[in-house]
Design a protein around this ligand. Structure first.
Ligand code: ARG
Length: 469
């Protein structure tokens, strides 16, 4: 391709070292898509004749068919997917093929190809992430009236609705979805026509290629276009937070499904057994989600470090941007294939969840008593101290908080009256937490309703965006 300038052939070790075929071969369809648009534009502005454009476009279709049938074996000597396709096209069409690269550099070509590819992958991710959101809503509806302990410091804190717990993850993953929308928007620009770095002396029509490829607008600065990869970082930012959320939730579910907690029932079809211990049912899927998260974060850091010291504009380092991007996309696809059905099939042993709270002597209701006293005029700090003494008494005497007589209460806290029994139940405790966004059953119902409406809107938007591609 660049022989004109050189006296020696490229050393074989250099060919092997600099090629990116093993990475970018998967981009063949999107490379061809970009080339077809480029050829049509060249024809329109008079840089190709009608006949040449037809030859190129037909030739590209042939190359595509040869690739898809496995007939076309790319060569490392031709460095990457772009040069392999162009070279095969030129074999097929001669002079016409040799004109395809008019007004184009691999720098704007690779930038366009990766954006086209990523746009498709992100569109698929959007729909799988929406399925995950749907799975949380479904579980939240099913488990809205189930009471579990909420934890802080992994110690029993206050009773909550299991529906509220699922909706907490709905919220976190919804924000991830919004980050994914942002990443989809930031890649939505067409680099073609930026050339190697400075644009072109030829009368290219950048609006036309942009329109043909369905991008929102042409990129606005040719130097910026070939130099920057922050649209990829936007994806990685989304991916990292998504993976962190998935990993953290996986950790919860693993804990809740242990014999010691014992109230979460993971679906058999999403667990594995042991080769030696017949009784084992292991949460390997969740562990692998947790285990893969480091890689996703690593790819984010990799790209940031790769770009932080690069002089403007394109530098060959950037060829490596695809390695982490593809690995991360594949990991996320894998997670999103297993997570929504796993969540949808996860069940609860409501009785076991209840007895966990009872084993804790119902002390998770202590805040309710303190707040009951506040409503009787006791300053909160006094109430906290007084209820703390009762808790101490319960622990010393192995008595549940719900099992004290009125005399026992009054002995510690004279302000307590017979109506204390009105608040001393798990159901009442949850139901009474009616602040906006709280765990009260009615509040959870409102959260679910809002979530369902939002999901419908997001689904329609995601379908419309997919249709635009
Ligand atoms: N394979 C290269 C990449 O992925 C193509 C760009 C090469 N550009 C260059 N100026 N050497 O980035």
């Amino acid at each position: 391709m660049w022989k004109g300038r050189f006296e020696e052939d490229t050393a074989q070790v250099v060919q092997k070292f600099t090629q990116s075929l093993d990475l970018d071969w998967r981009l063949y369809k999107h490379d061809i898509q970009g080339s077809v648009a480029h050829a049509r534009m060249l024809e329109k502005v008079g840089l190709l004749t009608d006949a040449e454009a037809v030859q190129i476009i037909d030739g590209l279709k042939t190359v595509l068919a040869e690739i898809e049938s496995g007939e076309f074996k790319p060569s490392e000597k031709l460095e990457d997917v772009h040069m392999n396709i162009e070279s095969r096209l030129t074999e097929l069409t001669g002079n016409a093929g040799a004109k395809l690269h008019t007004g184009r550099s691999r720098n704007d070509q690779v930038a366009t190809t990766v954006r086209l590819y990523l746009r498709e992958r992100l569109s698929n991710l959007r729909s799988s992430l929406l399925s995950l959101l749907g799975a949380f809503l479904d579980r939240a509806k099913k488990h809205r009236l189930v009471i579990i302990s909420g934890y802080t410091h992994l110690q029993q804190a206050q009773p909550i609705s299991l529906g509220h717990y699922w909706m907490a993850w709905f919220e976190a993953f919804l924000r991830d979805y919004e980050r994914l929308e942002f990443a989809s928007r930031s890649l939505d620009e067409c680099p073609l026509g930026s050339g190697a770095l400075a644009g072109s002396t030829l009368p290219l029509d950048r609006d036309m290629t942009c329109w043909l490829l369905g991008f929102d607008h042409p990129t606005r600065n040719s130097l910026d276009t070939v130099a920057q990869r922050d649209y990829m970082s936007d994806y990685h930012h989304f991916a990292s937070l998504f993976a962190v959320h998935a990993s953290r939730m996986a950790e919860d579910l693993i804990i809740y499904a242990t014999q010691e907690f014992g109230w979460l029932k993971l679906p058999d079809s999403f667990c594995t057994g042991s080769s030696i211990m017949p009784q084992k049912k292991n949460p390997d899927v969740l562990e692998l989600i947790r285990g893969k998260t480091g890689q996703v974060i690593g790819h984010t850091v990799d790209l940031l470090i790769m770009t932080k010291g690069l002089p403007m504009t394109y530098d060959r380092d950037l060829q490596e941007d695809k390695r982490g991007l593809f690995a991360s996309l594949d990991t996320l696809d894998g997670i999103l294939e297993v997570l929504p059905p796993l969540i949808s099939k996860t069940e609860v042993d409501a009785q076991a969840a209840r007895s966990a709270l009872e084993k804790g002597l119902g002390l998770a209701l202590a805040t309710d008593v303190a707040e009951y006293l506040v409503l009787k005029g006791v300053p909160f700090r006094d109430a906290h101290w007084k209820v703390g003494r009762v808790v101490h008494y319960c622990i010393e005497n192995a008595k549940p908080l719900t099992g004290l007589s009125l005399d026992e209460w009054k002995e510690h806290i004279p302000e307590v009256e017979a109506d204390v029994t009105d608040i001393l139940s798990l159901e009442k405790s949850v139901a009474r937490r009616g602040t906006f966004g709280g765990t009260g059953f009615e509040q959870v119902a409102l959260q679910i309703e809002r979530g369902e409406n939002l999901l419908k809107v997001k689904e329609a938007e995601s379908e419309a965006a997919a249709a635009r591609i």
